[in-house]
Design a protein around this ligand. Structure first.
Ligand code: SF4
Ligand code: SF4
Length: 346
């Protein structure tokens, strides 16, 4: 793997160049609430010490809401009309989407979600955006009680999912690792921003990057879920959970959506795809009135079992990157990693 040196100043100039040459550069907003498309007037923030933003960048790949197609009655038939360019967010044209400064718990998310969007149906919206994406990851120098990347097979210097990866060497310089072929091809026209010579990622540099403590063993959690489907733990959490869905919407890998037809009048309409969440009571409500997950405890069990067992059973992948967003943002203090670590005592 090639490693180059890039100064913070040159990184900013590279980003400005990308914006000027019509790339979609997505970075964290100033208050770290979420991610936004950067413009030339924005401050470029690549800060390995930042807490993970409240929201992940998944909405740039998997839009909160977007039309799949429009339909119009044409005598005895219906015409289907593709959404116009620019209606989807970001639009389905040729521009590359650069995710700048993704921590390992965000960088890994695209690959994890790709399984479900290429399983029984290939989702063109997700796949076209994922293909056009370049992830510039950064080693993470933040940890709090909610982080648990090391419990789900990642760590603060994990390059998985990144095409290029930045390691801060000091206050002014990064080592830029070229991780994938996609990253190598992408950086080729911009090598003027990289310095000659190899940077030194010394043991002192790596020693400054601390790892969160491992809180649970994934295989043990899977075993526990298999033999404790009716455990009272789920009812206990369900008594507290508000069913607000913050955890799912903030999560970099939650991907449930609903499809609804919206009519414009009797002759036309559009089919919309909207984010949904298994924590909502309406999520599994049948038109008969029956709800197979009629309690919040059952809905919380689904959240845990889907992420840590069912997704793994199907794709050999855990549906969680340990970012801790769901717990940091939960209005009633439900902490997913505490619940998972508790299972070993139950
Ligand atoms: S954020 Fe907390 S309260 Fe809201 S649905 Fe998730 S676990 Fe329940
Ligand atoms: S379940 Fe929670 S900790 Fe895991 S990836 Fe989603 S938001 Fe992050």
């Amino acid at each position: 793997m090639e490693e180059k040196l890039i100064s913070q100043e040159n990184l900013k100039m590279l980003v400005a160049d990308l914006i000027k040459t019509n790339h979609i550069v997505v970075g964290q907003d100033q208050k770290a609430v979420g991610w936004k498309r950067l413009s030339l007037t924005d401050d470029i923030i690549v800060n390995s010490k930042n807490v993970p933003s409240n929201l992940s960048y998944k909405e740039f790949l998997f839009a909160k809401t977007e039309p799949i197609f429009y339909f119009r009655n044409n005598k005895d038939n219906y015409d289907l009309i593709e959404p116009a360019d620019g209606e989807a967010s970001p639009n389905l044209d040729e521009q590359k989407i650069i995710f700048l400064g993704a921590k390992p718990c965000d960088a890994r998310s695209i690959e994890i979600m790709s399984h479900v969007f290429n399983w029984d149906y290939k989702d063109k919206f997700y796949n076209e955006r994922a293909e056009r994406s370049i992830v510039i990851g950064v080693a993470c120098n933040h940890q709090d009680e909610f982080c648990f990347c090391t419990s789900v097979g990642l760590n603060p210097t994990s390059e998985a999912g990144s095409d290029l990866f930045l390691v801060p060497l000091d206050e002014k310089n990064y080592a830029l690792k070229i991780v994938s072929d996609k990253g190598k091809e992408f950086i080729q026209p911009f090598t003027n921003y990289l310095s000659e010579g190899n940077p030194k990622i010394t043991s002192e540099v790596l020693a400054k990057i601390k790892s969160p403590e491992k809180k649970f063993e994934q295989a043990k959690v899977r075993e526990w879920i298999t033999s404790n489907f009716e455990h009272k733990l789920f009812d206990k959490v369900g008594e507290t959970c508000l069913g607000c869905g913050q955890c799912a919407f903030a999560c970099p890998v939650c991907h449930c959506f609903d499809i609804v037809d919206e009519e414009c009048d009797y002759t036309c309409g559009r089919r919309m795809k909207n984010w949904d969440a298994c924590q909502f009571g309406l999520f599994t409500l049948h038109s008969s009135g029956h709800n197979p997950r009629e309690t919040q405890g059952k809905r919380y069990r689904q959240r845990i079992a889907h992420k840590f067992k069912y997704y793994h059973d199907k794709f050999s992948e855990t549906l969680c990157t340990g970012c801790g967003r769901c717990s940091r943002g939960c209005p009633v203090g439900i902490d997913i990693s505490l619940i998972l670590s508790e299972t070993k005592y139950l």
